[in-house]
Design a protein around this ligand. Structure first.
Ligand code: ARG
Length: 455
């Protein structure tokens, strides 16, 4: 029997169906159904023999799904109905008992929470591997001078190891965010029923324990309405993808002949169909380009959820494609970033040549004046005068004569030339977190300790 006297319009069926993508929830749906059937029997809501038939049937459906022999039918609106249909076909009418004390509303929330939990763990594992690669790369280039940039203008020199470690800390924050995503999935929705709870003496905590949820959702209305864990995953992924895009952007710039700072391995580059000389850093370009796609998924799901009245609304079916595409995109990007960095070659000569630009020592000359009692603002003006003089005549700062520098400030003497000798501008940045080698080594140790503590 059905409440309806007319069949579904095929156009509506297409709009309404989620089977085209929610088949990915199948392993979680089967696992929760086994746990649910066990609980129903333990609570004497169904018999032990019913439970055994249900679990045997679910195992068979799982095997069919795993082997690809499961045949989806046009009437399968979503994965939950497809599994129940097939279960009833293989196990007989007992299949109809599985949905006792359960609604698709708490069922889908549970599947999605399990999916998010698994993939937040996967992102964390991949981030950990990427951070290990960054640490190795930083150690291998710990004392290679290069210009540091602001506004993409040469600013102050740094060591390449220091620059690379900046990404380590970005990724470590991402790792923390994915840890919070896991925590956001801690509360089992199942048992909430359609929205109000169920008419049976269920044991939600037993189901939670079997499925690996530390606790249960306290409020059945919240349980079926909540998709915060999806928003949290998308937010963590969007920030992580933004970090990867900044890495990608730097590698694109640095591997151009204009910079010439690095070359990506052949395995992560492509050629041109017309220009034989080309080696394009496509992997880095795509890391750069994928971030807004993920940010778009986050914004889209906020759009779906905002203003939705409690509890379940069909709108919420739209969480899945945003989530699945984000998972696929992010996991691929994390793997690509790791592979690309593992094979990258840096060019010491080009980095060193760029780092020898004496203008990078302008702040250091100003600080020399400060140490001699000149207020920083005034010192800044003096050095600006020296830079204008040198640049205007096509000379370097150290080519200015003792008379010329003394004319700008009586506080300048021979030490001016010493400051311009390169090691000093790097090694004088000895504040905590600065670029002096001892500080970078210290930072590297902290990074290694964090990695070891977060396995
Ligand atoms: N495919 C649906 C979704 O993803 C499952 C839940 C359907 N619930 C309902 N009351 N129609 O949201």
């Amino acid at each position: 029997m059905s409440r309806f006297s007319e069949p579904q319009d095929p156009i509506f069926a297409r709009l309404n169906a989620s089977i085209g993508y929610d088949w990915r929830l199948a392993p979680y749906d089967i696992a929760q159904s086994r746990a649910h059937a066990s609980m129903l029997a333990a609570q004497q809501i169904i018999s032990v023999s019913d439970r055994d038939q249900l679990i045997a049937g679910l195992n068979q459906v799982e095997a069919e799904l795993d082997s690809g022999s499961f045949v989806f039918e046009p009437s399968d609106e979503d994965i939950h109905m497809a599994i129940e249909r097939r279960l009833t076909a293989v196990a007989g009418p007992v299949g109809g008992k599985l949905h006792t004390a359960r609604s698709r509303n708490d069922q889908v929330a549970t599947d999605v929470a399990m999916f998010v939990r698994a993939h937040a763990g996967q992102a964390a594992a991949q981030l950990h591997q990427l951070m290990a690669v960054v640490v190795e790369l930083a150690e291998g280039h710990i004392d290679w001078p290069m210009p540091g940039y602001t506004h993409l203008q040469r600013a102050q020199p740094v060591y390449l190891g220091h620059h690379l470690l900046a990404y380590f800390w970005m990724f470590s924050r991402d790792l923390g965010r994915f840890g919070s995503v896991v925590a956001a999935t801690d509360h089992l929705p199942l048992g909430a029923g359609a929205l109000a709870g169920v008419n049976f003496d269920t044991d939600r905590r037993a189901v939670a324990a079997e499925l690996g949820f530390p606790s249960i959702a306290e409020n059945s209305i919240d349980a079926v309405s909540n998709r915060d864990f999806v928003l949290d995953y998308l937010a963590a992924a969007a920030t992580c993808a933004t970090h990867l895009s900044r890495l990608g952007a730097e590698i694109v710039l640095w591997s151009s002949e204009e910079f010439g700072f690095c070359e990506v391995a052949d395995g992560f580059a492509s050629g041109s169909s017309i220009m034989p000389q080309k080696k394009n850093p496509d992997a880095a370009e795509l890391l750069r380009a994928k971030a807004p796609r993920i940010a778009g998924h986050l914004v889209a799901l906020h759009g779906v959820m905002h203003g939705l009245p409690l509890t379940y609304n069909k709108d919420m079916q739209e969480d899945k494609e945003h989530l699945f595409d984000t998972v696929d995109t992010l996991e691929l990007c994390l793997a690509a970033a790791k592979g690309m960095l593992a094979g990258i070659e840096f060019r010491s000569a080009r980095l060193a040549a760029a780092a020898q630009d004496e203008l990078l020592a302008a702040t250091d000359i100003a600080d020399l004046l400060v140490r001699r009692g000149v207020p920083f603002r005034e010192a800044h003006g003096v050095v600006a005068g020296l830079v204008a003089l040198a640049v205007g005549q096509g000379r370097t700062l150290s080519q200015l004569t003792p008379e010329e520098i003394a004319a700008q400030s009586t506080h300048l003497d021979a030490e001016y030339y010493e400051v311009l000798s390169q090691g000093r501008w790097l090694e004088s940045k000895a504040s905590e977190g600065g670029t002096a080698l001892a500080r970078v080594r210290e930072q590297l140790e902290h990074a290694r300790a964090l990695l070891a503590a977060s396995v």
